[in-house]
Each structure stands twice: as structure tokens, then as C-alpha cells.
Design a protein around this ligand. Sequence first.
Ligand code: FUM
Length: 582
Amino acid sequence: MNNVHRTRVSNVLIVGSGAAGLRAAIAVHAAGREVVVIGKRLRKDAHTVLAAGGINAALGTVDPEDRWQHHFADTFVEGHFLADPRAVEIMTREAPTALLELAEWGCPFVRLPDGRLDQRFFGAHRYRRTCYAGDFTGRAMLFTLADKLTELGIEIHENQYVSRLLVREGVCFGAIALDLQSGDRTIYLADAVILAAGGHTRLWRRSSSRRDENTGDGFALALRAGASLADMEMVQFHPTGMVAPEEMAGTLVTEAVRGEGGRLYNGHGERFMDRYDPERMELSARDRVALANYTEIAEGRAGPNGGVFLDISHRSKEEILEKLPRMYRQFMESQMLDISRDRMEVAPTAHYSMGGVAVIPDTHATDVEGLYAAGEIAAGVHGANRLGGNSLAETLVFGRRAGEAAAAFSQAISAQLRDRTAIAGAHDELNLITREGEELARPLQRALRDNMWEHCGVVRDDGRLRKGLDRLASIRAAAANVDVRPSSEGYRDLALALDLRGAIVAAEATLRCAIERRETRGAHQRKDYPNANPLLLVNFVVRADRDGNQELSHVPVSPIPDELKTWVNTRKALAPDGRLLE
Ligand code: FUM
């Protein structure tokens, strides 16, 4: 049996090299603790690079009436009251400072002629509060953060696949990682670990994530370590993903297109949003626009490739090239389509995990001592529907907070005990999974993605969800017999098998929560329960027992502070459904 490994010790280990992980690393360093970041991909190629349209902060540069309390109210109301109010408060209060700090570090956000940061509209925001760098905002942010890490001398280890977090008597003390090129194993020992490993939206056939990212492995790692997951049914479908060519289907068409005036039409040439939200039209909330697009398609008013049309051709080519350069290139390169002249065909695509690892809002500590979570992997901020631009704000604000909390934890403990049995167990698992088998991981991953798309998509019902769970059981049985061998492609086979295992765990939690939430709320559209149920103002929580069996419970949503109720009620009055707070 192979138990050979290197050891790397630091005060804090960060799993994930996207914006949340890197911002956390800077905070740990600032607190005077040593930190190492490990990521599955290359240094500047985490999922954050795909975040396009912008990052929200109530700076009030374009609309001076804006306040963080308005941002709070927009986020909380459009999240259908399911978010943790404290988490929303922290994010909206601290986003301006976090964003200005990044601008100071050199992030090339677009500026007004007077030098202040420009802000554009995004869906369901009352004011223009989305700062941006063209339509490649995430990439600009990630590059700025990565350069800052270089300046500070913080190490990022690339191509590291974490197969297990190491836990001793309920305390996390590191992780085992496999180098995807060489197969070398490293035991990363740390006083505290921050998971910033993304979500699980690659588990749907149409997804805005790339191959082998956002596969739910972070959720599985956390659950197995003893943490709990919350609101896993809350998966955001972005209204506008590409539909063609087939290999690009699901790729994001940024909301910034609608922010810059883009209009939606169905295959009959009707501008249909006036039937769904006549006030806000294309700048309605994501859940509503996604459902509108889905409905137009499902009721037979689609275009030739099964989508609806997004049109920005009324803007000049110069404006499009300035504000939406990536979109221009994306359609030109893939379809030879000039979006300054022709309409884009689009359809909903799985985009963001709004549920995830349950954390304490202030510190982003999980239920496991020494384990923190930040970014898309963490639950709490978005409730049942995320506002576009809030994810990048979340990465900066809670990346910093998790980093500070993990550093403080590291400072406070007097000793960190390792557990040789836990380390040996992590090796055994990798050894056992490497063997000949009858199945291949890729086709099973595809089957899982089809299953989630068909049975747990934009619109759901009990029958379909249960079928999804049954189908998942057969995929799980087949996955036990997957062929895993080191190949010329490095240790891809092993990573695929591990990804599949994680994906099955994340999919099960999602299906179980989706079955249990017998109501329609935000992105969770139940055909058989078409209304919101006030009794279900709860967060569903998933835990796993020693054998991995998932158990579901629920807890009431935390109450909203009195001083924020008026802001929420004022905002609520602008959106017709739902209730005013007492
Ligand atoms: O459409 C977009 O640019 C996505 C932004 C977001 O999800 O925050």
C-alpha cells in the first residue's frame, strides 16, 4: 500500500484559489500567520474568472440615494426572506470598503471621467450599484488578488486535488491532496482550514461552469468532516446561457447585457417580459427571468435552437465593444454572430449554489472546530434567489472575515494534535479507489448531469425529484465499480472518480432538500406546490452519519434586526408578492 507523502505545515490552509480563497489568504497574512493556498487548477484560472458582469457595493457614485441598507433590503427581499439577515447585513455594509480596497490594489474597474467607479444596473437592484471591469470583472479581480499574493510572498500550490479533510476528535487539522500531474501526495497540516472550493452547478447538463469545476466535491468534503449543509435545493439558474454550438451550451451570457439595455424576445418576436414583470421587464430578479425564459420555451415559443432571444443590437457597436467585449468575442468566435447586429439565442443554465456549508455569519466558522468556509461553498447570504453581482461581493467580504477568524483561531490554540489513524485512513481510501473496474467515470458523470437536469431543474415536482433520487442510487451503485488507473493524462482518472463520488453526495443532498421543501420560493419552483408556505420559512440542514447516510432537519430562519425592518418593508412595497414584516 502506498502511504508515501510529503508534509507541508502552515498555520492556515486554504482549499481553493478563487477570489474568496485568495482574499482569505491576504487576511491571514495580515494577521501575521503563515498561510498556504492549494487549488485544483492553475493559479489564475479558478472559477472566479468566469464571473462576468460585476460586483455590488452601495457606493452611490451614480445614484447618490443608494445606501447599504437599500442593498440589504434588495438582497433580503429578492432572496425571498430565506437568507441569514446577519450575513446579508455584513456583506452589504462591508462591500464598499472591500471593493475600494481592491481598486486601490489595482483592479481595473471602469471609472467615470471624475475618477470615481462607474456603476451599472443589474437585475432587481433598486439603484445602480454594480461596479465592473468590462464583462470580465471576476477575471480582473482574481488577477489583482493573485498579484497581491505574489507581492506578499504567499504560496499557491496548483493542481492539488483534496480527497479528504483530516479531522481528529471533531477538530480539523489539515487535508490530504493529490498532485494531478505527478500523483504525489501531500499531507497539509494546519491549525485551521478554510474551504473555498466552490459549488456544485456543474452537476446539471446545462451549466455555466467548465468541465471538472464546481462538481460538489467541497460539499462532500465538508459533510464528511462533520459539517452540515444548508438549503442545498436552492440552486440558481441563470436566465441566459448559450444554446449553441452544443459544446458551448450553458456558457454564461452575462446579465450585463440586460444591464446595458438588452431585451428578451420569444420565437414569435414578442417582448415577453411584460407578461412576467411589467415594471422591471428584463431587469427583474433572476429567478423570475429564468422562469419566464423557461416558460416561453416550455410552451412552444422558442427559437430554432430551443432558446429565446436576447437583443442588444439597438446599442452601437462601439458601446458594445466597450461594455461587453467578451460577449462580442464569445458569439463572434463560436457562431460568427455579430451581437451589434443580430440577436443571441439563450436559455436557462445552472449557475450558482445558493445553499452550501452552514456557517456562523460573522466568522464563517462551520460546525467543525478549525474549519471555515467562504465564497460559493458557504450558505447564508442569498436565500432563495441571489442578486447578480452579490457573489463577487461575498467572496471579498467573507474571504477576509474567514481569514481573520482562522488566523485568530490559530493564534489562540496552544497545540494542534495530529492523528496518524486519520492520515492512514485518507491514504487507504486513495489506494482502494485505484483499481480496475467495469465502469468509466465520465459517462457516469454525464448520466448524473442528465439526471439533475431532467429531475431537479428549473421547475420541479415530487414525482420527478423522487425519480431523480432513484436514478442517483443506480449511478452510485455503478460508481462503486469505476476503473481508475494512472494514465498518460496524469492522475485524471483518480480525480474523476473522486469528483463523481463528491457529486453523488452533493446531488443527494440537493434532491432530498428539494423533495422536503414543499413550496415554491425563489429559484425552487414546485409545480405541485405553486405558492410560498409561510410555515416553511426554515433552512433545511443536512448532516451525515458515520456511514455517509444523510439526515435532514430544519431550523427557523434567523430574525431580522428591528432597525432594518423599515428598509425591508419599503422595498417590499415595490414587489407585489410576499408579506410585510411585523
Ligand atoms: O451575469 C453575470 O454576469 C453574472 C453575475 C453574477 O452571477 O453575479
